[in-house]
Design a protein. Structure first.
Length: 141
């Protein structure tokens, strides 16, 4: 007889939201992460083990963030946010690196300053917004 799969607990859901907030991950970003990595549209559909994986990953990222010794440089959460926006836009790493080189004048994401990373994030958000507006204009008419 098959083993019963336990679904994520309420306590795990709470912990995921707490850790995601610490990392600056938005609601949309969290659900995109769940969909991309676990092919599930709702957190409630995750298994207990998948919840553990997400929590462990977020805790590790938060610890790395606190231990980051590169003062004044891009943080792990900023890097994560840039990668999330890159994925939303459908860009590959090469496209992102060209964008970073053009607008931040550095060769690699790890060389971005804190302010440079913030500017890149805002630029990517603007591109995403413009892309979404263009899609809605096309669908309307």
């Amino acid at each position: 007889m098959g083993r019963k799969i336990e679904l994520i607990t309420q306590a795990q859901k709470k912990k995921i939201w707490v850790e995601a907030k610490k990392l600056g991950i938005s609601k949309d970003g969290l659900y995109k992460l769940i969909l991309d990595n676990y092919e599930k549209e709702h957190m409630s559909n995750l298994t207990k083990q998948e919840g553990i994986e997400i929590i462990d990953c977020f805790i590790e990222l938060n610890e790395e963030e606190q231990n980051d010794k590169r003062e004044g440089m891009i943080t792990n959460s900023q890097e994560w946010k840039i990668d999330l926006l890159r994925a939303k836009l459908g860009w590959d790493i090469d496209h992102l690196n060209k964008f970073i080189k053009k607008y931040a004048h550095v060769e690699h994401i790890n060389w971005l300053t804190l302010n440079g990373a913030s500017n890149i994030i805002e630029g990517l958000k603007n591109i995403e917004k413009r892309t979404n507006e263009e899609k809605s204009d096309i669908s309307r008419g």
